[in-house]
Write a protein that binds this ligand. Structure first.
Ligand code: ATP
Length: 557
C-alpha cells in the first residue's frame, strides 16, 4: 500500500461536506470546493478529489468496497451497541443512512476512550483495504476494517463514512462542479479541464495534473486503451433533408437499437465497457470470441452497438440487459438470443485517433475489421450531400423495415468529441422522443396487487443535479418486468408511509408520453400526459437522465 505523509484530518473533509450541503447554489459550491482543493497537499489531492465526489475509485475501476446497506447497518449496530432493528428504524425514520448513523453516534453508549482522530489517509486506506478483501469470510473481514474506522468516528464523521461506503454522499457535487472548481483552484481553462475529464474519467488525476503541470500537462493527457472514454452523444435531427443541408456532406448510418459498447484491447486484455463504464465482458462471451477473431492484435479502442436478435430479426435490447443482470443464464441466452455486433467508430489503433476526422477514422476501422456476416459487422452507411439526400431517406426506410430505430447523421469532418452532445452527430428516429427519468418513489397497488408497487414517481434533474419530480407512471410493463421493478424499488426503499414509498434514485426508466403540460403538482413545474414505461435503462446512470431544461424546451417547442 502506498505510504502517505499527510496528516490532514478527516474532520476537515467532513467540514467541507457540511459547507457544500449548506448551499444549493452551484457557484457557491464551486468556490467552497476550489478553496479546499487549493489548500490540499499535492500528495493526497487525487484522493480528496475523488472523496469529494463520494467516490474512492474512479468510475471505471473494477474495485468495489463491497459493503451493502445491510452489512453497514450491522457494523453501526456493533459500534454503537444497539440492535440491527434499531438501526433499521433510524434509517426508516431519517430517510437516509447518513443521518441515521449521525443520530445513533450522538446517542452512543459505548466508551470512546480509545478514539484516535481519523486522518483522510486512514479513511481512504481502510476503504481500499475493504475493496481488496475477497474469498472466504470476506464479509467478516471487511466489517472489521469498517468497524475500525467507525470506532474512531465522531457523529458527523460516521455520517459521511456511511454514505461513502454505500456510495451516496448527497452533498450535491457532480463532475460539472469538479470541473469548475479544479479550473478555479489551479487557474486552468475550464474547457481544457473538461476535455481531460472526458478522456480519462479520472477526476483525481485531472486535479493532480492541473496543480502540478497546469494546462500544458492537461493537454498531454490522452486516452489509453483499458480506460474508458465518455462516449460522444447525438442531438436530435428534426428532418433528414434539413440536417444534411446544414452539414453539407454527411455520413448516414443505420441507428441500431441495442447496447452501446466501447471495446478496449491492451496487451491482449479485452474489456467491454457500457455507457456507465462497467466492464461487461463476461456477459457476452461470443462477442469476445469475435473480437479475438476479427480485430487486430495491436492495442485498440473501437465503438459499436450490440443488438439482440430472434430468428435473424432485432428484438428489444432488454434481452442484452438480462444477460448483464443475470449472469448465470448466459449460456442458455447465448443460444436463444444471438447477438450481433455493429462497429461504428475507432478511437485508438496503435495511437490515439480521436482528433482525426470521422471519415478517416471510418476508413481505418474498415481496414482493421474482418467482417463476419450476421455476427460481427460494420454499421451500414451511405455518404450523402443535399444532391442525393434521397439515399439517406432510403437508408432510413430500409433501416426501419429491418426493425432498427432510424438513422444517425454524422459529420465526416468532425473529430471524436468525448462526452459532448453536439451538432456533429445527429439521430433521426421513427418514434417520438422519450424521456429518461429516475424512480424516486412509488405507490403500492390495492387488493390483489397490494404487494406490488404499481405506480412509480419519476424525476428529472435540474441544472445543479437536484432531482425534481415530474410524473407518476403506471402502465407499459409486462407482469414479470413489473415484479422485477417493484422488488428492485423495494430494495432501495428509504421511507414507507401507508401505500406510498420513497426510494434511493438509482433506477432509470425510459418514458413515452403524449404531451408535456404545466403542473404545480410536481416539483419540476411540469407533468406528463399518459406516461408509459417503455423500458428499464440499466445502461444509463443518474447523470444521464433528462433535465428540466430539456423538458421545458420540448414544452416551448
Ligand atoms: P437513444 O435513447 O435515442 O438511443 P441515447 O441517449 O441512448 O439516445 P444518443 O447519443 O442520444 O444516446 O443517441 C445515440 C445512440 O444511438 C448511441 O449512444 C448509440 O448507442 C446508438 N447508435 C446506434 N447505432 C449507431 C450508429 N450507427 N452510430 C452511432 N450511434 C449509434
Amino acid at each position: 500500500m502506498t505510504e502517505f505523509k499527510s496528516k490532514m484530518m478527516y474532520k476537515e473533509l467532513v467540514d467541507l461536506y457540511e459547507a457544500l450541503t449548506s448551499t444549493t447554489k452551484r457557484l457557491e459550491k464551486t468556490a467552497i470546493l476550489a478553496e479546499f482543493l487549493k489548500n490540499t497537499e499535492a500528495e493526497i489531492l487525487p484522493i480528496v478529489t475523488l472523496l469529494s465526489l463520494g467516490k474512492v475509485f474512479p468510475i471505471w475501476s473494477e474495485k468495489e468496497i463491497g459493503i451493502g446497506l445491510k452489512l453497514l447497518m450491522k457494523a453501526i449496530s456493533l459500534v454503537v451497541g444497539v440492535s440491527v432493528d434499531t438501526v433499521e428504524e433510524y434509517v426508516r425514520d431519517k430517510g437516509d443512512i447518513g443521518f441515521a448513523a449521525e443520530a445513533l453516534f450522538e446517542n452512543r453508549l459505548q466508551s470512546t476512550l480509545f478514539k484516535r482522530p481519523l486522518t483522510i489517509v486512514k479513511v481512504y486506506q481502510n476503504m481500499t483495504r475493504m475493496a481488496e478483501i475477497s474469498g472466504k469470510n470476506a464479509q467478516t473481514k471487511k466489517i472489521r476494517v469498517l468497524i475500525e474506522l467507525l470506532t474512531s468516528a465522531s457523529p458527523a464523521e460516521a455520517k459521511y463514512i456511511s454514505r461513502t461506503v454505500v456510495e451516496e454522499l448527497r452533498v450535491g457535487i457532480g463532475e460539472g462542479t469538479i470541473k469548475d472548481a479544479v479550473s478555479e483552484a489551479f487557474n486552468v481553462d475550464k474547457e481544457v479541464v473538461e476535455r481531460a475529464l472526458m478522456l480519462t474519467n479520472d477526476p483525481g488525476l485531472v486535479a493532480e495534473v492541473s496543480k502540478g503541470e497546469g494546462e500544458e500537462g492537461l493537454k498531454k493527457l490522452t486516452l489509453k486503451p483499458g480506460k474508458p472514454v465518455k462516449p460522444m452523444l447525438a442531438q436530435l435531427s428534426h428532418g433528414i433533408g434539413a440536417s444534411v443541408e446544414e452539414m453539407g456532406t454527411a455520413i448516414c448510418e443505420t441507428k441500431y437499437d441495442g447496447f452501446r459498447v466501447q471495446i478496449h484491447k491492451k496487451n491482449d486484455e479485452i474489456k467491454i465497457f457500457t455507457r456507465r463504464l462497467d466492464n461487461i465482458k463476461d456477459a457476452v462471451p461470443e462477442i469476445v470470441e469475435y473480437i479475438e477473431k476479427c480485430l487486430p492484435h495491436e492495442d485498440f479502442i473501437v465503438e459499436g452497438e450490440i443488438i439482440a436478435t430472434k430468428d435473424g430479426n432485432p428484438i428489444s435490447f432488454q434481452y442484452i440487459l438480462q444477460r448483464v443482470r443475470r449472469k448465470y443464464e448466459i449460456e442458455r441466452l447465448r443460444n436463444e438470443v444471438p447477438l450481433i455486433m455493429y462497429l461504428f467508430d475507432v478511437l485508438y489503433y496503435k495511437e490515439p485517433l480521436i482528433d482525426l476526422p470521422f471519415g478517416e477514422r471510418r476508413v481505418i476501422l474498415q481496414k482493421i475489421v474482418k467482417v463476419e456476416p450476421s455476427k460481427f459487422e460494420l454499421s451500414n452507411q451511405v455518404i450523402v450531400t443535399p444532391e442525393n439526400v434521397e439515399d439517406a431517406e432510403k437508408l432510413f426506410e430500409s433501416s426501419i423495415k429491418a426493425g432498427h430505430e432510424g438513422i444517425m447523421i454524422k459529420d465526416p469532418f468532425a473529430p471524436y468529441m468525448p462526452g459532448i452532445r453536439g451538432k456533429k452527430m445527429l439521430k433521426f428516429k421513427a418514434e417520438p422522443e422519450t424521456l429518461d427519468l429516475v424512480v424516486v418513489g412509488g405507490t403500492y397497488g390495492r387488493g390483489r396487487r397490494a404487494n406490488l408497487i404499481g405506480s412509480y414517481l419519476m424525476a428529472a434533474q435540474d441544472e445543479e443535479g437536484n432531482l425534481k419530480t415530474i410524473a407518476h407512471t403506471a402502465t407499459g410493463l409486462d407482469d414479470a418486468t413489473l415484479l422485477e421493478l417493484s422488488s428492485k424499488v423495494e430494495s432501495l426503499m428509504t421511507e414507507k408511509k401507508g401505500r406510498k414509498v420513497k426510494a434511493r434514485p438509482e433506477i432509470i426508466l425510459e418514458i413515452a408520453y403524449s404531451e408535456i403540460v404545466k403542473s404545480p403538482e410536481y416539483e419540476s413545474g411540469y407533468s406528463l400526459r399518459f406516461p408509459v414505461v417503455k423500458r428499464i435503462r440499466d445502461d444509463k446512470s443518474i447523470e444521464d437522465i433528462d433535465t428540466v431544461h430539456r423538458i421545458e424546451s420540448i414544452f416551448n417547442a
